[in-house]
Write a protein that binds this ligand. Structure first.
Ligand code: GSH
Length: 227
């Protein structure tokens, strides 16, 4: 199996963290430059998946899977051990609940950054309304996750690592480390989980391109948002 990925970013890191936690070594990882607003999608990536986005996998039988969440499910289906979805129907439902919450959080965050960050100036239309509405929805999703976390469990969705931890970690690491947007202090269970998961070997590196990081940081000040 080949994984086409990128060394940083919330979607690529979902899969990178997952592979590290899963302990799968028989996947060849090929890092590519993702398409962006300036360069557009590369013909190579468009050839792999219709979306032309990273990550994408190509299995040995020719199966192609794009979209990070579909990739996680596909690898779980083809490599069931160790299980990273939850052993019972209820546990798997809980895993999916958390995945949905963080996926929605990332979508709102993405709209906030895309229409507010100095990184997007000249690429996307700057919108004060978008920053206000989407940042509020982003923080609302984190507060929902906070309510859902059971502090008696060591991981986000239960007592073992699941793909929900990988999705949550990839999301929060990108937003905290690249854009300098902290988890609100009224989410102590989430803050605690993030600190503990950050100490794991699977935690993403802070390997951001320096110039992009310099422009991206302080998103809250750039867009006039306070928590
Ligand atoms: N929904 C997709 C999003 C993937 C995504 O946006 N990847 C970025 C790289 S971090 C990318 O390729 N962006 C360029 C594009 O979509 O044209 C997923 O979950 O895999």
């Amino acid at each position: 199996m080949k994984l086409y990925n990128f060394p940083f970013g919330p979607y690529p890191q979902r899969v990178a963290i997952y592979l590290s936690e899963k302990g799968l070594a028989n996947i060849e990882v090929i890092h590519l430059e993702p398409p962006n607003g300036k360069t557009g999608r590369s013909d190579f990536l468009k050839h792999i998946t219709p979306a032309g986005s990273l990550p994408a996998i190509v299995d040995d039988d020719g199966t192609v899977v794009g979209q990070s969440l579909a990739i996680l499910e596909y690898v779980e289906d083809t490599h069931p051990e160790p299980d990273m979805r939850g052993k019972t129907a209820a546990a798997r439902a809980r895993t999916r609940e958390f995945i949905n919450v963080f996926d929605e959080a990332l979508t709102f965050f993405g709209l906030w950054a895309r229409h507010g960050s100095h990184l997007s100036h000249g690429i996307n239309r700057v919108s004060r309304d978008m920053a206000e509405i989407c940042s509020a929805r982003y923080f609302q999703k984190l507060r929902l996750a906070e309510k859902m976390i059971d502090p008696a469990m060591g991981f986000i969705a239960g007592d073992t690592v699941t793909i929900a931890d990988c999705v949550a970690m990839a999301t929060l690491h990108y937003i905290i480390a690249f854009y300098d947007v902290p988890i609100p202090s009224d989410c102590p269970k989430l803050v605690d989980w993030y600190a503990r998961f950050s100490a794991r070997l699977s935690a993403p590196p802070n390997n951001f391109p320096q110039e992009q990081h310099r422009i991206a940081r302080n998103l809250m000040e750039q867009t006039g948002i306070t928590i």
